[in-house]
Design a protein around this ligand. Structure first.
Ligand SMILES: Nc1ncnc2c1ncn2[C@@H]1O[C@H](COP(=O)(O)OP(=O)(O)OP(=O)(O)O)[C@@H](O)[C@H]1O
Length: 236
């Protein structure tokens, strides 16, 4: 699925948090949104999935204007804060959210086993979520986001609190589903993860100040270090 973001402007009260945001995300790519805390990444993600409105501009996904009900079943959105049922097991959480997407029976079981494996929770599926660590909850949220095999994934800092081995697992899976045509938009603060992406946009003070392939962005830095992306355009 491809995404067109056209001239988005968003205010919270009188604060303009997104200003003239336009970008295109091509189908089957991993696109990374970078920016300091408070730069507007989450807000932009929520506008793209249609959870909140912008004052100006529009988002078009596969030719359809957002918000659009038919698009929702094809999108997987992972918010920054987990929305899990603490008193249910991980398995029952998965079952509940899968049910909302009409994923049931053997399809549910197959999908659930696969996503639990990706996030390293196969052996912990019977535990109550209330007994999960923060990182385990994060991984379960990601599993829930993947359960209906969405064609567009919107992931808000999906690997915070996840150890390096599992993080690698998750990125390998994201790259696998990219090869199957899934489009992935991800926000991150982890610089290494930028290297896993095809394309990155850098947000500062509500503006996009850089938007290019990761390869081109890195060649624009003075010593090719990913951390430098954060400082791009700082003195302009
Ligand atoms: N519901 C809201 N009401 C008022 N202001 C908000 C609301 N949501 C976000 N903001 C403000 O909008 C700006 C952008 O916030 P946003 O959460 O999009 O940033 P972010 O780049 O995702 O930050 P982080 O990396 O810390 O998650 C911030 O100044 C924030 O305080």
């Amino acid at each position: 699925m491809n995404i067109e973001v056209n001239q988005i402007e968003k205010y919270f009260q009188k604060n303009k948090v997104l200003n003239q945001i336009s970008m295109t995300i091509d189908s089957g790519k991993i696109f990374c949104l970078l920016g300091a805390s408070g730069s507007g990444k989450t807000t932009l993600l929520r506008i793209i999935m249609g959870a909140i409105n912008a004052e100006k501009g529009e988002v078009i996904i596969d030719g359809m204007k957002v918000p659009n009900r038919t698009l929702l079943s094809r999108i997987g959105f992972m918010p920054q804060n987990d929305a899990l049922y603490d008193e249910l097991t991980a398995w029952d959480n998965l079952k509940f959210f899968a049910g909302l997407q009409k994923i049931e029976g053997t399809t549910f079981i197959e999908n659930a086993e696969e996503v639990l494996q990706v996030v390293g929770l196969s052996n912990e599926k019977k535990k109550l979520v209330r007994n999960y660590s923060g990182g385990m909850k994060k991984r379960l949220s990601l599993a829930i986001t993947l359960i209906h095999q969405p064609k567009l994934l919107l992931l808000d800092e999906p690997t915070v609190g996840v150890d390096p081995v599992l993080r690698k697992n998750i990125w390998n899976y994201l790259k696998k589903i990219r090869e199957q045509g899934t489009t992935i938009l991800v926000t991150t603060h982890v610089m290494d993860e930028v290297l896993e992406c095809d394309h990155a946009a850098l947000l500062r003070n509500g503006h996009i100040i850089a938007n290019d392939t990761v390869e081109n962005l890195l060649s624009a830095t003075t010593d090719g270090r990913i951390e430098e992306l954060f400082f791009l355009g700082e003195n302009e």
